[in-house]
Ligand binder design. Sequence first.
Ligand code: PGA
Length: 254
Amino acid sequence: MLKKLFFNWKMNPASLSEASSLFTEFISLAQSQPQISLVVLPPYVYLSELNQQLQTFEATNLKLGAQDLARYSAGAYTGQISGQMLKNMGCQYVLIGHSETREAYQLSHEQINQKLLQSLESGLVPILCVGHQSDKTITEINYPELSEQVTTALQNLPPEFKTEFYLAYEPVWAIGTGKTATNPIIEEVSQFLKQELAKLGLAKQVGILYGGSVDDGSIQELVKLQQVDGFLIGGASLKPEKFKTIAQVVANQV
Ligand code: PGA
């Protein structure tokens, strides 16, 4: 199966007109590569407009998602956006626990778990991000920390929980640095994550993603990964020539 691509725009671009023209590039990419699945994760404020833009084109392989959601369903939570609001706005996916969000809000494992449960309750597909916060280099992998991130986030799931979801392995030192983890390390960590998921009875429905400096250069090697079902892409998702090359390399994957 071809790898699925998730594009995290983070806090970019600055205006709706820029967001709209960037999204036009994704629409044309989706139309020219119908065999690849693309998910764009723009800032909340552009979702409504981009959803309308998407409705006017035939691009069923392009979906929208959000970068975070509230840990509550509704009520007096100033500044928060609920899963239901996102769903009603045309979102199908939501990022949970990106390392930048974990750090900015000092999120606890319990809070990540609440967000995950909210995503399921709202019918959004979660993309749970995990990565070792404490490690500084390629070869140090803090397996106990990864295990804790996975098992605490996935507590108290509804017993009938069968939906698709994604687990994104993003070593913190690789995000936005131009340095990626090596393929053997990513394969090893992905295998470990699958074992952790199997212990929770969740191995079948989970796709493993890699994120951290995936760009038009690093994709040439990363596309060879066997254990990985897709990529979470940050910086390169703002540069059409880069994300189009990434998609082309994935499309050529045998
Ligand atoms: P990057 O970001 O591709 O710019 O490293 C990845 C991410 O933060 O998800």
